[in-house]
Design a protein around this ligand. Structure first.
Ligand SMILES: [Zn+2]
Ligand SMILES: [Zn+2]
Length: 290
């Protein structure tokens, strides 16, 4: 029997927070979930976490359980400082352990400024009872120069950041896994003049996680808020032949029934315009294996 080399380990993803803007728990959002942005990606032997919305609290609990006292090491990709992307960090239990190592990679003007984004919300008085210094973990801040090269590595995993169309600025991330590229494109307003640049960024990805906060009716009064329209997401993804799209950053006012309808319409559109494209809406707790 010929000796067979083992293939690369699968890439695993888990959605811990899929909601945009504000946590929205309650009976009407049970199926899709109410926590804000947090995605776990395991690839190339690395633990990569995208954003620290309120969903990161549950990820922290799960990590503590899985590691059972052994050190936790992770890289947090930070898109931007809006509340729904940082508010969970003070509740991320592994950050309180001296054995934990966290590398935070994000934009902003300097590493000190990136640190301030996380430290200011833990001021030990007005905004949060404990100061940032109480976090016992080793936390390194890796600042990306937005005017420079936005490619970096997490271990052996190649990652590229890309500024999106969002008030105050935000970053999308493209993670090259052995199974193909995953692109996180949240907090991006579709349909703007920079779509060609975004098309280049997402081209060739096997999976696109895209901000699709609004439907075609809502976007009319929501231009300038910095979020995507589901129809425009389909056009963007279909235009470069993306095979699988995960709708993300759900509006707090969109209950489970609304999101079911949103997906149904997006699938119908994909079926006629982009045959073969898989479309789903991100659900808290869902896992994807590539
Ligand atoms: Zn957001
Ligand atoms: Zn934002």
């Amino acid at each position: 029997m010929p000796h067979q080399l083992p293939g690369p380990s699968p890439t695993l993803m888990r959605f811990w927070g899929v909601r945009g803007s504000l946590p929205s728990p309650g009976p009407s959002t049970l199926r899709y979930g109410g926590n804000t942005t947090c995605i776990e990606v395991r690839t190339g032997g690395e633990l990569i976490v995208i954003d620290a919305g309120s969903g990161i609290r549950s990820l922290g609990q799960a990590l503590l359980e899985a590691h059972a006292g052994t050190p936790i090491k992770l890289t947090l990709l930070h898109s931007h400082a809006h509340w729904d992307h940082i508010q969970g960090f003070p509740f991320f239990a592994p950050a309180y352990l001296p054995t934990t190592r966290i590398r935070i990679v994000g934009g902003h003007t300097s590493a000190a400024e990136l640190r301030r984004v996380f430290a200011d919300q833990m001021d030990g008085k007005r905004w949060f009872p404990l100061p940032f210094d109480r976090l016992a973990a080793t936390i390194d801040f890796d600042h990306l120069d937005l005017a420079g090269d936005l490619r970096f590595r997490v271990g052996e995993v190649a990652v590229t950041a890309c500024p999106t169309n969002h008030p105050g600025g935000s970053l999308g991330f493209r993670i090259e896994t052995p199974q193909g590229a995953i692109v996180f494109l949240s907090d991006h307003e579709t349909g703007g003049p920079d779509e060609p640049r975004i098309r280049d960024f997402i081209a060739g990805a096997v999976l696109l996680i895209a901000d699709a906060q609004y439907d075609a009716t809502e976007i009319v009064t929501r231009r300038g808020w910095g979020h995507g329209c589901v129809d425009e997401v389909m056009t963007l993804a279909g235009g470069v032949g993306i095979g699988r799209v995960v709708l993300f950053h759900h509006d707090p006012s969109h209950d489970d029934t609304f999101l079911d309808e949103l997906v149904k319409k997006a699938r119908a559109r994909a079926g006629s315009d982009h045959p073969g494209m898989i479309v789903e809406a991100a659900r808290e707790g869902d896992r994807i294996e590539l």
